[in-house]
Design a protein around this ligand. Structure first.
Ligand code: ADE
Ligand code: ZN
Length: 326
């Protein structure tokens, strides 16, 4: 349709994408075979059938298990190239991709294998598609702050190629306060800061992300809407929210896309953006997310343009690069 083509043709940045969450079942099977790794599924259809989640933890259990097929730098390169090809087709001209090093280093995969594979794909995507990208090293919040510090230390030789640190995995019970010191250390090293907050966790976790981590962006932020004072603060600070409609639906953060708060966020003056989170698991890449929420909430073309503009102004690109995109 017209709107679908308009969305795909709209230049956009993707700001909330877990590269491990872009592992399609077909590539999972290919890598399982390449690396001689057993997987608990007989077919691609069986994998897809298993992607039926009632909450975040349900998803995370399957997502961490799927990542076991990723072993070598070639695997990480192929994973990221497959994402960049899909993203480029969706009008993504800049992507800020998260990776979860602890998911791999805890299985004995060297940090260097992970990051070198991703970096070589990032260079290839720029050459092939003109798509620029940056890396966000994300700490797993169900693990300790000490483990996060060890991960930051491992990253030291590559800090000039890492833009930001993030915080993901099981939110409830693992508040931002648990990681205040390691985020302060990352900030001192010149890294930008983002954190998942208010996906399943309460508004208090969004307050903590602002006050204790000093975030430059909030990933998700849906539950901030329960706190009027917090909404006013996020609007006043022009804090970017990286919203993920199909993820919210699949993880039951919303019961129906017709209830999705994206347009209410915009109406309240929040700098919301649209992103795919874990597209291989949630049924769509970034343009699918724009389409689904546009249809469910009756978004106008002007709303879609605002969302795409917010994706650049909320990016970690330098001001002169943002100016070239908006
Ligand atoms: N890791 C990958 N996707 C995530 C999400 N939506 N929330 C928390 N951790 C994640
Ligand atoms: Zn996420």
């Amino acid at each position: 349709t017209d709107l679908s083509q308009f969305i795909a043709g709209l230049p956009k940045a993707e700001l909330h994408l877990h590269i491990e969450g872009s592992l399609e079942p077909e590539l999972m099977f290919e890598l399982a075979q390449r690396n001689n790794v057993a997987i608990p599924y007989a077919s691609v259809e069986e994998v897809r059938a298993a992607y039926d989640f009632s909450n975040l933890q349900d998803f995370l259990d399957i997502y961490y298990a799927g990542a076991d097929v990723l072993r070598t730098r070639a695997d990480f390169h192929d994973l990221a190239m497959a994402y960049f090809a899909r993203a480029a087709a969706d009008g993504v001209v800049h992507a800020e991709i998260m990776f979860d090093p602890q998911t791999h280093t805890d299985r004995g995969i060297p940090f260097a294998e992970v990051i070198e594979g991703l970096l070589s794909a990032m260079a290839a995507a720029e050459a092939e598609y003109g798509l620029t990208s940056q890396l966000i090293l994300s700490f797993l919040r169900h693990l300790s702050e000490e483990a996060a510090f060890a991960t930051l230390a491992m990253a030291e030789p590559w800090l000039d190629r890492i833009t930001a640190v993030g915080l993901d995995s099981s939110e409830v019970g693992h508040p931002p306060a648990k990681f205040a010191r390691v985020f302060a250390a990352a900030r001192e090293k010149g890294l930008k800061i983002t954190a998942h907050a208010g996906e399943e966790g309460p508004p208090a976790y969004v307050h903590e992300a602002l006050d204790l981590l000093g975030v430059d962006r909030i990933d998700h932020g849906n539950r901030a809407l329960e706190d009027e004072a917090l909404v006013s603060r996020l609007a006043a600070e022009e804090m970017t929210l990286t919203v993920c409609p199909l993820s919210n639906l699949k993880l039951c953060v919303v019961n129906d896309l017709a209830d999705h708060p994206l347009d209410r966020m915009l109406a309240r003056g929040l700098k919301a953006t649209v992103n795919s989170d874990d597209p291989a698991y949630f049924g769509g890449y970034v343009a699918d997310n724009y389409r689904a929420v546009a249809q469910a909430r009756g978004l106008s073309r002007a709303d879609l343009v605002t969302l795409a503009r917010n994706s650049f102004t909320g990016s970690f690109l330098p001001a002169e690069a943002v100016a070239r995109h908006v």
